[in-house]
Design a protein around this ligand. Structure first.
Ligand code: IMP
Ligand code: MG
Length: 179
């Protein structure tokens, strides 16, 4: 499918499912080689990261735990800056290596607000793994350790990412068409 309508907007294909899978395999290999001999917790940031996290963690060969949190700072196609924690932290994190799995890092507001909450649990370290990164809108100081694709500031849907909660189920990534 080259084009798709989600809600009131039209989107065009940007990354096919195969292309996503090839990149995710390479990211998993990188994590497998760089994060050896650690006590790892993959913390999946719901809802957007669910598909990415599922495909990525299947390719992880290191011993690890997998847990979920749910935060929200977006409404429609704009980041709102105020973060709501909808599903909190319920895992022992002391002295562990947390690898946060995100769908996309845009302004970085979600991370800036959420990471201090994680630090209260005294982990050994916190790493960030995001399938997409928008370097032009990123305002955070923190390094994103693993990035799938750096993209310009266009709005994308599919493969877990939504437009007003729709489009998450699409197996590929679509970009908002010029209007
Ligand atoms: P940030 O707090 O501005 O970094 O935004 C992070 C969150 O905004 C992501 O986890 C997504 O849920 C959402 N988001 C940012 N850009 C997009 C996009 O292009 N499509 C869909 N969701 C997005
Ligand atoms: Mg979202």
């Amino acid at each position: 499918m080259k084009k798709v309508d989600v809600g009131d907007k039209s989107f065009v294909l940007k990354y096919s499912h195969n292309k996503l899978m090839r990149r995710i395999s390479a990211m998993a290999e990188e994590i497998n080689s760089l994060e050896k001999d650690k006590d790892i917790v993959f913390m999946i940031v719901l809802n957007g990261a669910y598909m990415f996290a599922s495909d990525l963690t299947k390719k992880i060969t290191l011993p690890c735990e997998v847990t979920f949190v749910k935060v929200a700072s977006y409404s429609g196609t704009k980041s709102t800056g105020n973060l709501k924690t909808l599903v909190g932290i319920n895992t022992e994190l002391k002295n562990k290596t947390i690898i946060l799995i995100e769908d996309i890092v845009d302004s970085g507001n979600t991370l800036e607000n959420f990471i201090p909450q994680l630090e209260l649990h005294s982990p050994k370290e916190i790493k960030i793994c995001s399938l997409f990164f928008k370097p032009n809108s990123y305002k955070g100081k923190r390094q994103i350790n693993y990035i799938g694709f750096s993209i310009d500031d266009s709005f994308i849907v599919g493969y877990g990412l939504d437009y007003n909660e729709k489009g998450r189920n699409l197996p590929a990534i679509y970009e908002l068409e010029d209007q």
